[in-house]
Structure formats: C-alpha cells, structure tokens
Ligand binder design. Structure first.
Ligand code: GLN
Length: 538
C-alpha cells in the first residue's frame, strides 16, 4: 500500500470500556485481510513509562522484546495480532515532554517560545507518523488513553484533529462510548454517548465510527437514533455487547462489518470476508471444553487481577489448547503460611508462583513452594517465583535456613539470589532493570526442552536480581537442576526438579510471549501436567 492509513481510537463517558480490545480487534480484522498492522498506545500520564508504577495504578507492566516497560494494552495487541510491539508502540506524555525539553536544551527550537501547540503536538504527530513511515505499516492504529474531555489528553486529541486535516481519507476516528441500562426505567440510555460525541466535536473531531459498549443488546432503533444525533452513518454505529471472553470481540465486530465500513471510508477495496479459521478454532475449543483444570496463582495482588494480566491470559490460552476450562484461583501470598498452606492448596491441580518485587508476601510464596514440592503438585515459578523456588530449596533441602535474596534481606549469609554485578551502582529506578529479550540455552534432558523442542530460545526479562552461581554445585547435587542458561553471561535462567512431575522455575517472563495463535509451550506443558495430575487423582 502506498500511503499508511491512520486509525485513532478514543473513548468517552467512562474509562475501562475496553478501548484496547476494540483497537486490537480492528487490527486483527484488517490483518486478516492481508494488511500489515501495528497498534500504538498513548498514555496521558507524566511518568516516562509505567516501569516505576505500582500495579495498583494501571495493572501489570508489560515488557516488549526491545526492553521497553509498557502499558498492559500492548499485551492485548500482541496476543491478538501475534506480532511483537516495540518502544515506539507506547508513548506517554512524560516521554513527549522529555523529548521536547531535550530539544529545547540543545537549542533545536532556534530561540522560539516552546509551547504545547505546536511543539508538543508536533512531537506527538511525529511519534504517530514515524511508526507508519519508518516501518512501512499499512495501518497504524493509535489508542488514546483516558477519556475524551480529560485535561491530560487534550494535546493528544488536538494532534488527532490536526492529523485528520492533514491526512484526509488516510485518517479515521473511532469513538468508543458507553450505553448504560437503567433497570428502574427498563431502558438503555444514549444521552451520555451524545454528550461524549459533542465534546469530541467541540474539540474539532467528528468521529467516523462509533462503538457502543453495552450490557444489553441494543435495538436497530437505538443504533439509528445514535447515528442521527451524532452525525455518524448508520452502518458505522456498532455495538460491543458484553461477552464471556475478550477473544470473541473480533468476531462480533466482523459480524457487524466494522472492518468493511473502515475500508470503505478509507477508499480501500473490500474484497472477501476473511474466515479467521485458526481464531474461530480457538473459540470453538474454548466453548467446547467441558472439564476444568484448577490452577492456583500465588501472589500478593489477588484483589487486582490486572496485575497478572498476561499470566491469566497465557493460562487461559494454555487451558483452551488442552481442551479444559480454566478455573483460576487467586491465593494471597501474604496470608499463606506453613499452618494453612495445605488447606489452601490441596485441591489445586497446578500452582503458579507469581513474579514480584519487595518483601511483602514472600514468605507465603516460599510456604506454597515447600508444600507443592513435597506433595509433587505441578508448579511453575516465574521470575520472583523462580527465585523463591531457589530460596526454598536452599533453606529446606540444603539446610541453609537463613538463605534469601539480598532484595529481601541484604545481610543474609546465604545470598542464593543476589544483585547482578552490573546493577550494583544503579540508583535510578526507571528503565534500569535487565529488560527485554535475551538468549537462553536449554538443557537437552529437561521438561523445558520437552516443552520447547529446541535448545536455543529467547525470552523477555524484567528483574534486577539473579541466581547466584556460587551455590550452583550444591543446589544441583541436592536435586535442583539448572536447565537454562544465558550463553554469554552464564546467568541461570531456569531451574527444575527432575524428581518431581513438573516443577519448573524461569527467571524470564514467558507470559509476555503467549498469543492466541501461538500459545506458549511452557504454559501448555504446565497446564497439561496439571490436567494429568487431576486425572491421576480420579
Ligand atoms: N524482584 C525480583 C528482581 O528484581 C524479581 C522481579 C520479578 O519478579 N519480575 O529480580
């Protein structure tokens, strides 16, 4: 395609309507028609990236292959499109300002007064357009975080307004709003949508497409009314009804011909409707699964499922490909101890020990690992989960009762997990961890190898601490094998107990690499072991 096309997705009325899922679904449908698509997210906060944010703020921090700490919506983009994203796919207000201020300090603005318009808006536009032109994508879909009308997102909305003007038919705006159902009146209400569109119009943007999020099926009349009041063609008003799984949304959008409307509005040929065969096969297996598999996720953010978004999705995908429903139980690591661990974990088919930072809940994770190891329950440790497996083994098998990570106890005499050498002088917290994809060599005779079917893998990292090779010989002799190592640095990337059915810990984050079409082999293998464990109890 000659000219990159730009689609903007902005939300109105309230947040959390699922802009990311709508953006990903549009992307999926266009990709299925043979276009090269990427999705970008703008976050209107001032942090440079979400790496320094507590999960209570915006949920999980996602990591791209090129080591960028990113918004969790990028995870959705990758899971839907099966394409890696990069640093250029997630931009914050902080990054925009940092770049403008750096240019100002260099004197690039030649004595001009630096202002929101045009300097900030130009920088925003540059970040949108370079993604298209540099990487030659056919479509760049840009999701604007926040809700229309927020003070913070105004410069982004103004940039979209300018781009619409500059790009003409090569630009399209999708507005996602909410149509509530008022139980007392037994009616759905379109007024908030009308107001939201008006607000967008006041900012100079007429939406081309409206997606109405709703809990109740909307009638043709309601859709027609919204079209009339909002100056949007009837065929371009679609509804996004609540569905049990986010993976059904692309199909729902295709049924309402959202992709055709977009192509028509952008003067592109419509062609045949793609079959989405592999995607539908996944949905079929998801709905067809009768029996469940019960996985316990041990972590400290149980009240906040978004904190483990990619892990939840990876488990869900793996369960589906094992033809099982996922019965996911969140277990609060802070409330777990040697006394109550049996009662809390005994009914589980498999246990996943979550990543984490800081001391809170660490002893509960260790109690869970001890129980799982001694009772031979399939157990998967990720990042801090793997580090906890090493600590537990050192304490309870090697007898080094004070073993710990120096992150938790800097004075431990047995620092089985320690700060990486190149992390020691670092005082800045932002973007300074071991981040992004690194090579790992897998030992031939291991569960890992059986899962991946290959020796050389690449997985994404996000941590400062590492397995301390000083303890490698004694841990291995005692039965905790190192089965993955970085070929350049010799860092231990994975451990296993061969004597157990399935007991694997990985220093990296496989959950960032699992998509609907390409589910992650380790998750598949873990859930399979959990299913077998369940069957063996029958
Ligand atoms: N806190 C640990 C570290 O920094 C583990 C990090 C994680 O689980 N992502 O090494």
């Amino acid at each position: 395609m000659n000219n990159t096309k730009y689609i903007f997705v902005a939300g109105g009325v309230i947040s959390s309507l699922g802009k990311g899922i709508i953006a990903a679904s549009i992307g999926k449908l266009l990709q299925a028609r043979g276009y090269d698509v990427t999705i970008q997210k703008f976050d209107p906060y001032i942090n440079i990236d979400p790496g320094t944010l507590n999960p209570y703020e915006h949920g999980e921090c996602y990591v791209t292959v090129d080591g960028h700490e990113a918004d969790l919506d990028l995870g959705h983009y990758e899971r839907f499109l099966n394409n890696p994203t990069t640093r250029a796919n997630n931009i914050t207000t902080g990054r925009i300002y940092q770049s403008v201020i750096n240019k100002e300090r260099k004197g690039d603005y030649l004595g001009k007064t630096v202002q929101v318009v045009p300097h900030i808006t130009d920088e925003i536009k540059r970040n949108i357009k370079t993604l298209g032109t540099k990487n030659k994508f056919d479509f760049v879909i840009t999701e604007i975080g926040g809700t229309v009308g927020d003070i913070e997102s105004l410069p982004f909305i103004e940039s979209v307004r300018q781009l619409r003007w500059e790009l003409g038919k090569n630009c399209l705006c999708v507005h996602l709003t909410y149509v509530p159902y008022i139980a007392a009146a037994k009616e759905v209400k379109t007024k908030p949508t009308q107001h939201s569109v008006k607000q967008l119009q006041e900012l100079g943007i007429q939406p081309d497409v409206l997606v109405l999020r709703t809990e109740r099926e909307l009638s043709e009349d309601v859709l027609r009314k919204v079209a009339l009041f909002c100056n949007v063609e009837e065929s371009a008003v679609v509804q996004s009804l609540d569905v049990p799984s986010i993976y059904e949304v692309p199909i729902m959008m295709q049924q309402q011909k959202l992709d055709e409307t977009i192509l028509r509005k952008m003067n592109l040929p419509i062609g045949d409707t793609p079959e989405l065969k592999a995607w539908k096969e996944f949905l079929f297996r998801m709905k067809d699964a009768k029996e469940s598999v019960k996985i316990g996720l041990v972590g400290k953010y149980v009240e906040l499922p978004d904190a483990y978004k990619s892990i939840n999705e990876s488990l869900f995908q793996a369960a589906t490909y094992n033809d099982r429903k996922l019965d996911l139980v969140f277990i609060h690591s802070e409330k777990l101890n040697d006394e109550n661990v049996q009662e809390q974990l005994s009914g589980l088919d498999g246990i996943l020990i979550a990543p984490g930072f800081g001391q809170r809940g660490t002893e509960g994770k260790i109690a869970a690992i001890k129980y799982a190891r001694e009772n031979d329950i399939p157990t998967f440790g990720i990042c801090f989960g793997m580090q906890s497996m090493v600590i537990e083994y050192a304490r309870n098998v090697l007898g080094l009762t004070e073993a710990n990570s120096t992150e938790i106890n800097s004075k431990t005499p047995y620092n089985v997990i320690d700060l990486m050498e190149n992390q020691k002088g670092i005082s800045n917290l932002g973007g300074t961890m071991r981040l992004g994809a690194y090579d790992c060599e897998v030992e031939k005779d291991s569960i890992m190898y059986k899962a991946y079917h290959k020796k050389n893998i690449q997985e994404r990292h996000r941590h400062r601490f590492e397995y301390n090779n000083k303890f490698k010989t004694s841990l291995e002799e005692a039965g905790l094998k190192c089965v993955g190592r970085n070929p350049e640095t010799d860092l231990v990337e994975a451990v296993e107990i061969p004597a157990n059915k399935w007991f694997v810990g990985v220093q990296f984050h496989p959950e960032y690499n699992s998509t609907v079409i390409n589910p992650h082999p380790l998750f598949i293998s873990f859930v399979k072991a959990a299913v077998e464990n369940k069957e063996s109890k029958k």
